[in-house]
Ligand binder design. Structure first.
Ligand SMILES: C[S@@+](CC[C@H](N)C(=O)[O-])C[C@H]1O[C@@H](n2cnc3c(N)ncnc32)[C@H](O)[C@@H]1O
Length: 280
C-alpha cells in the first residue's frame, strides 16, 4: 500500500463521520430557513453576499468567470454569484440533504448553478483545469482533515491562471468560548492557537435554527493562518489579497465580538484571502 493510500483512508474516516453529522443537522437548518430562502431566490437578482465580501468580489472581475464553490452547503452563496453574472457555476458538498436543497432551489428559481454531492477529496477528474475561481466560505476549511491535500485538489480543478477566493472564520476565534458557553468570560482564552488534534463534537451545529439538536461525533480541525497560507503557497499560488476583519462570520462568536468592541480591544474574527495561479 502506498503512503498516499494510507493518508486518504484516514481522511475518509473523518469526512464520512462529518457527512453523517451534516445529514443529521440539515433538517433543523431547513426547518428554520429553507422556505424563506426558496421565496427570496424567486427574485432572479437576489444575493446573500454583502460588504465587505462583495467589495472584494468586485475587484476580481468575476462576471462571466467559471466558479467552483467547495463545501457549498445549500448553495445560496454560489447562486448569488450566478445571479450577479458569474459564468458556469458548480457547487460541491458532501452533505446529501444540502445538495438536494441546492439542486431543488436552483431548478425552481431558474438559476443555472449545478450542484454535485461529493467529498471534495473525491471530486471527479472531469473537473480538472476547468474553473477560473475556486470559492471557499465561512466554516469550510475546518472540516478538512488535511489542508495540503485540500489545496492540491483546489489546484487540480483550477485553470493554470485561476484564482482562489476565501472568506473564512479567523482561527483566533477558536481560542475563545462560543456563544453557548455562558460560564466563561467572552474574552477568556480557553484553547491553544497551536492545536494539533481535531475537536470532537456532538453539540452546537444548529447555528441556523439555534436548537440544541445533537449529531453523531464530528471532527473540526483548526488550521492556523500560516498553515493555510503555506498550503496555498506550496501549490504555487501567489497571495494577492489578505484582509482581516473584527466581525464574526461564524454565528457562534457574537459575544466575543461585542465584548472586544466594548473593551476597545478588537480581535481578528474573519478574513478574506485571494490567491492567483501562475501559468509557469
Ligand atoms: C458551514 S458549511 C459552509 C458553507 C457555507 N459557507 C454556509 O455557511 O452554509 C460547511 C459545509 O461543508 C461541507 N463539508 C464538510 N466536509 C466536506 C467534505 N469533505 N467535502 C465536501 N463538503 C464538505 C458540509 O457538508 C457543510 O455543508
Amino acid at each position: 500500500m502506498k503512503n498516499s493510500d494510507i493518508n486518504m483512508r484516514s481522511i475518509k474516516d473523518y469526512t464520512q463521520s462529518n457527512r453523517m453529522a451534516w445529514n443529521q443537522i440539515m433538517p433543523a437548518h431547513q426547518k428554520a430557513a429553507r422556505a424563506r430562502l426558496d421565496e427570496a431566490f424567486k427574485n432572479s437578482s437576489h444575493s446573500v453576499i454583502k460588504s465587505p465580501e462583495m467589495d472584494e468580489w468586485r475587484k476580481l472581475d468575476f462576471k462571466g468567470k467559471d466558479i467552483a464553490h467547495l463545501c457549498c452547503n445549500n448553495g445560496i452563496e454560489l447562486m448569488s454569484l450566478k445571479n450577479m453574472g458569474a459564468g458556469h457555476c458548480v457547487g460541491f458538498d458532501i452533505c446529501d440533504l444540502a445538495i438536494e436543497e441546492a439542486q431543488h432551489r436552483a431548478m425552481t428559481s431558474n438559476n443555472e448553478c449545478q450542484f454535485v454531492c461529493t467529498d471534495v477529496f473525491d471530486i471527479s477528474e472531469e473537473y480538472n483545469s476547468t474553473f477560473d475561481i475556486v470559492y471557499i466560505t465561512i466554516g469550510a476549511l475546518g472540516w478538512m482533515p488535511d489542508i495540503n491535500a485540500f489545496f492540491k485538489k483546489v489546484k487540480d480543478i483550477l485553470k493554470p491562471t485561476g484564482a482562489i477566493f476565501i472568506y473564512e472564520i479567523h482561527p483566533v476565534t477558536e481560542m475563545l468560548p462560543t456563544d453557548g458557553d455562558h460560564e466563561a468570560h467572552p474574552l477568556q482564552i480557553m484553547e491553544p492557537y497551536f492545536k494539533n488534534e481535531p475537536y470532537e463534537d456532538t453539540a452546537g451545529l444548529d447555528y441556523v435554527g439555534k436548537t440544541d439538536e445533537e449529531t453523531s461525533t464530528r471532527y473540526w480541525f483548526v488550521w492556523k493562518i500560516s498553515d493555510i497560507m503555506m498550503a496555498i503557497i506550496d501549490q504555487g499560488f501567489n497571495i494577492s489579497r489578505f484582509v482581516e476583519y473584527s466581525h464574526d462570520v461564524s454565528e457562534m462568536h457574537s459575544r466575543n465580538q461585542e465584548a472586544s468592541k466594548e473593551a476597545g480591544i478588537e480581535i481578528p474574527m474573519s478574513y478574506i484571502l485571494v490567491a492567483n495561479g501562475s501559468a509557469t
